[in-house]
Ligand binder design. Structure first.
Ligand SMILES: Cc1ncc(COP(=O)(O)O)c(C=O)c1O
Length: 391
């Protein structure tokens, strides 16, 4: 039988990072000693005490039963307590906090609870690709919002077309930013909240990299007075605690949106394993001990890597946070040409900026989530590259 797949499914391109994993495997199969700086998957192991807590929790029979969709009280309580310590914000654990099976899952589902067919969603360009998923599936329209270097990779709200804004329901952003490494200030968030209220647009700020900051602590959009009327924020344990494989994220903020997302999810999933939720709760409780060494590690890596890239003639602004460096190669060329050139001549796989959107053209994204020795090897190979061969 010829199974005809849905039009929606056909409209999806393969997920950029899965493509990059495939490319890496194919090159390794050819016997190449590939260093992959393409995907942001932290190499540092999850802290020992979190793992020990998980082992204890796995042994508890009560945890073997169904969890509930919005997450258990222990984790929601620790999340509320952490936001209080970090941002001075109180969230009602029952109505303003919901657990996700990784923040990616919640990000993909959020458009279903606010968008009707034909509504617009504003999506940064370049972007983390998952913001598009739920918009496409819910029949919404996407308007790409340029993130330009001259604006510090922040959107220029004054330049958004009025006709689009009138039909816009949702705006996704993420700071510290993937892929550009840019950070946002509370002043920018104040303008954004004012703009969102004026235009009746829901803001979804993705704070996946909120703990990988290199200067002042990254602010929360929800620190802006009244932001909770229009906004939710997504958080992730993946980078903060190096727990990408454990799959826990959460959403906080506007209770109507949080509860609506939870209602949708109750019809889809049953929440993550309670043992893992409790391990993340342990991480949050001991956050101030566990996270600073992780942050310091990423910062030291970024400092070393950026100095080497500068010496090798790359053009870029040093990241304010995240685990990425977003840079233009020493010679003018397309992102894809640069990526293939490095792959062929230096066996280094990177992510092409154009894969994140058309405003990413000309850039390459380096992900600093490989062990230090590998990064040092990558630096040696990059320094030895003769870019004149590409001209
Ligand atoms: C900007 C951004 N948001 C969300 C995610 C997804 O994180 P999680 O592992 O919590 O699903 C990622 C993962 O790379 C990301 O880069």
């Amino acid at each position: 039988m010829n199974i005809e797949l849905s039009e929606k499914l056909k409209s999806f391109k393969p997920f950029l990072f899965e493509e990059l994993y495939r490319k890496e495997r194919a090159e390794r199969a050819k016997g190449k000693d590939i260093i992959s700086l393409a995907v942001g998957d932290p190499d540092l192991p999850t802290a020992g005490p979190i793992v020990d807590c998980a082992v204890r929790e796995v042994r508890k029979g009560a945890n073997h039963r169904y969890p509930n969709t919005k997450g258990n009280e222990n984790l929601r309580g620790e999340i509320s307590a952490w936001h209080k310590r970090r941002h001075g914000l109180s969230f009602h654990p029952g109505e303003e906090v919901s657990i996700l099976i990784g923040s990616k899952e919640g990000i993909a589902h959020l458009p279903f609870v606010v968008m009707n067919p034909g509504d617009y969603c504003l999506i940064p360009d370049p972007t983390y690709p998952t913001y598009r998923t739920g918009v496409v599936l819910s029949g919404g329209r996407i308007h790409d919002v340029p993130l330009e270097e001259k604006n510090g990779f922040l959107p220029d709200l004054g330049k958004l077309p009025r006709k689009v804004v009138e039909k816009t329901k949702l705006f996704f952003l993420n700071y510290p930013n993937n892929p550009t490494g840019a950070d946002a200030t509370l002043d920018f968030y104040k303008d954004l909240v004012k703009w969102a209220k004026k235009n009746g647009v829901v803001i979804a700020q993705d704070a996946a990299y909120c703990d990988i900051y290199f200067g002042k602590p990254a602010p929360s959009l929800l620190q802006v007075p009244g932001a909770r009327d229009v906004a939710v924020e997504f958080y992730s344990s993946s980078k903060t605690y190096c727990m990408a494989g454990w799959r826990i994220g959460w959403v906080v903020g506007n209770s109507k949106l949080v509860c609506a997302l939870n209602k949708l999810k109750e019809n889809i999933d049953s929440g993550p394993f309670n043992a893992i939720q409790n391990a993340v709760a342990f991480g949050l409780k001991h956050h101030e001990k566990i996270v600073p060494p992780i942050r310091a590690h990423f910062k030291a890596r970024a400092d070393r890597f950026c100095s080497a890239l500068e010496a090798a003639g790359w053009r870029f602004k040093r990241p304010g946070g995240s685990c990425f460096v977003w840079a233009r190669p020493p010679v003018d060329c397309t992102s894809i040409d640069a990526v293939y050139f490095m792959l062929e001549k230096a066996a280094i796989l990177t992510a092409p900026g154009s894969g994140f959107g058309k405003y990413g053209e000309g850039f390459v994204r380096f992900s600093l989530t490989e062990p230090d020795a590998k990064l040092a090897q990558a630096v040696r190979r990059l320094k030895a590259l003769d870019w004149s061969a590409l001209k």
